[in-house]
Design a protein around this ligand. Structure first.
Ligand SMILES: [Zn+2]
Length: 207
């Protein structure tokens, strides 16, 4: 099986949500060969930095943490839709022409994967698009933006999806991926009691 990495590399200079300093990872060296016999590093990072999964607790008081998410919900067939022509936001109209079936895991490829806009006016999914995906009964959605929505303090797209038990992957990198069907492998770090988790995500293509 050929594999395509769709994860964001974690580094001090990586794009972070709205360019906020608090979202930037801090990598430090706990010890090296000048202080001992081993080299060890420390990573301090907001859980929504880079490629990650959102759990309901992120937007819904009392909502589930990442604990109940089954690996089988994130290791499954998926469809990549190329929406690179969309300039601002993905709406119901942009998705209505696509084949979307119950149980699908859909990844949205936008110009975020090819242009330097992740910290600014990135392309996002609006609430009409989120509502259509919920109506179709999808199991998960992923996007190449650091948040699935933008500039709406009520977070309607997150709430529409999370309240229906739909998985949300954010911070994907889809520049090397064409529209089509793939096998998704997305593995969240196993952290107790949290509303999000960093994810290593990649796509498999059967050869
Ligand atoms: Zn998030």
């Amino acid at each position: 099986m050929k594999l395509i990495d769709i994860s964001t590399e974690i580094s001090a200079g990586m794009p972070v949500y709205k360019g906020r300093a608090a979202k930037r990872p801090v990598l430090t060296i706990d010890g090296d060969f000048s202080t001992g016999t081993v080299y060890e590093s420390r990573l301090e990072m907001n859980l929504h930095t880079g490629t990650h999964i959102d759990a309901p607790l992120h937007m819904i008081p009392g909502g589930d943490t990442t604990a109940p998410i089954l690996l089988s919900q994130l290791v499954c067939d998926c469809k990549v839709f190329d929406l690179s022509q969309v300039t601002e936001k993905i709406t119901r109209g942009d998705l209505e022409g696509k084949v979307i079936e119950a149980g699908d895991f859909i990844l949205l490829k936008t110009r975020n994967s090819s242009e330097d806009i992740l910290e600014g006016k990135y392309v996002y999914l609006d609430e009409t698009g989120a509502a259509l995906l919920r109506e179709r009964g999808i199991k998960g959605i992923g996007i190449d933006a650091l948040s699935i929505e933008r500039d709406n303090p009520d977070h309607p797209a997150h709430i529409i999806l999370l309240s229906a038990g739909i998985q949300i992957l954010e911070g994907l990198r889809l520049g090397d991926v064409e529209e089509g069907k793939y096998f998704l492998i997305a593995a969240p770090l196993k952290i107790a009691g949290v509303e999000a988790a960093p994810v290593r995500a990649f796509l498999g293509i059967k050869e």
